[in-house]
Structure formats: C-alpha cells, structure tokens
Unconditional design. Structure first.
Length: 189
C-alpha cells in the first residue's frame, strides 16, 4: 500500500472535520490542531481550505463519473447496471465516508469548481435515469415513474456515509448484494 503523503493526510483530516463540524465551521487553525502542527505549516502543502474542499469533492465526483461511464458502456441488462450502481456507491462510500459527507453536504461551497461539479452530478443522474427508462422500456423494470425510482435509490445510496461507519463488521460485497435485493428487487415475497 502506498504511503499517504502529507497533503493527502491534510485532506483526509479535513474531510473528517468537515463531516463532524461542517465545512463553514472548520478553520485552518482547527485543521492544524487536529494534525498537531502549526497553521502556517499547512500552507506548505495546500493553498486554502477551498482547495481542500475541491480536492475532496471533485475527486469523489470524478470517481463516480468514471464508474458510471463503465456501467453505461457495459453490454448488460438494465437490472445488472443498477446493481453495479449500487455496488459503486457502496464501494466508494465504504472507502470514503468522510469525503462522502462533504460531497453531500458541502458541495454548494465550491467556488470556481461548482459548475464543473454540477455538470458531473447532472450527467451522473441523467445516465442513472436513462438506465431506469431503458429497463422500463425493455420490461425488466415495472412501469413506474423513473424519476421516483431514481430518487428512492439515490436517497438511500447517498446516505450510506451516515450508516456505514456504525457497522464494524461491514462486508461491502454483502452490503451491495443486500441493498440491490431491497432497492431493485423489492421486498415482496
């Protein structure tokens, strides 16, 4: 495993603080204190708190975009694609619970990267919606409002960062499988 750089350590610590206190409430002094260094030392590795937020959110958004691109380009059924989306969310979230909090709660604080982030998010949601619509057209998915289906799934998937840290013995593959059963196949016997 690659050794974490000081910059990555700063970003990871900031992500944790942002989750605990919210981006707006965290100061560079808070971050320095959490790392046991002087605030001025942070600037040897980063330019600003805004740069940290961008690094956190944009990297996760691009990871989701890349994963969605692989899913949409795959030659599998819509149901298989939806299961892959669930697995994508579980894997990214289980590896980045603090960063996911920033993605969900602090994205509006992005400054010069806000439009880029919104484009990534909108493209992601459009692809998600198209997979659902394709599944309805091919009769793989029952004829439901595709936006409500997507909203229901995304609401659950986007809140995983709150639930996953509470599960000490979490197995990401089992969670993805179980979530797929509930979200895609329903809870009917």
């Amino acid at each position: 495993m690659k050794k974490e750089t000081r910059k990555q350590e700063i970003i990871n610590t900031a992500a944790k603080l942002f989750k605990e206190k919210g981006y707006s409430a965290v100061t560079m002094r808070d971050l320095a204190t959490a790392m046991g260094i002087k605030a001025a030392s942070l600037y040897n590795h980063i330019n600003s708190k805004q740069d940290i937020l961008k690094a956190i959110i944009i990297s996760i958004a691009e990871e989701f975009t890349s994963g969605m691109s692989n899913i949409t380009n795959s030659e599998v059924s819509s149901i298989s694609k939806l299961k892959s989306i669930v697995k994508l969310h579980v894997n990214i979230t289980s590896n980045n619970t603090y960063a996911m909090a920033s993605l969900n709660n602090d994205w509006m604080h992005l400054e010069d990267q806000l439009n880029y982030y919104l484009r990534l998010r909108n493209d992601y949601e459009t692809n998600f919606l198209n997979i659902i619509k394709d599944g309805i057209s091919s009769s793989e998915i029952k004829n439901s409002n595709p936006e409500i289906v997507m909203f229901s799934m995304l609401t659950t998937l986007r809140s995983l960062y709150l639930w996953i840290p509470k599960k000490e013995d979490l197995n990401a593959n089992d969670l993805a499988h179980n979530l797929s059963e509930v979200l895609i196949e329903g809870i009917n016997k």
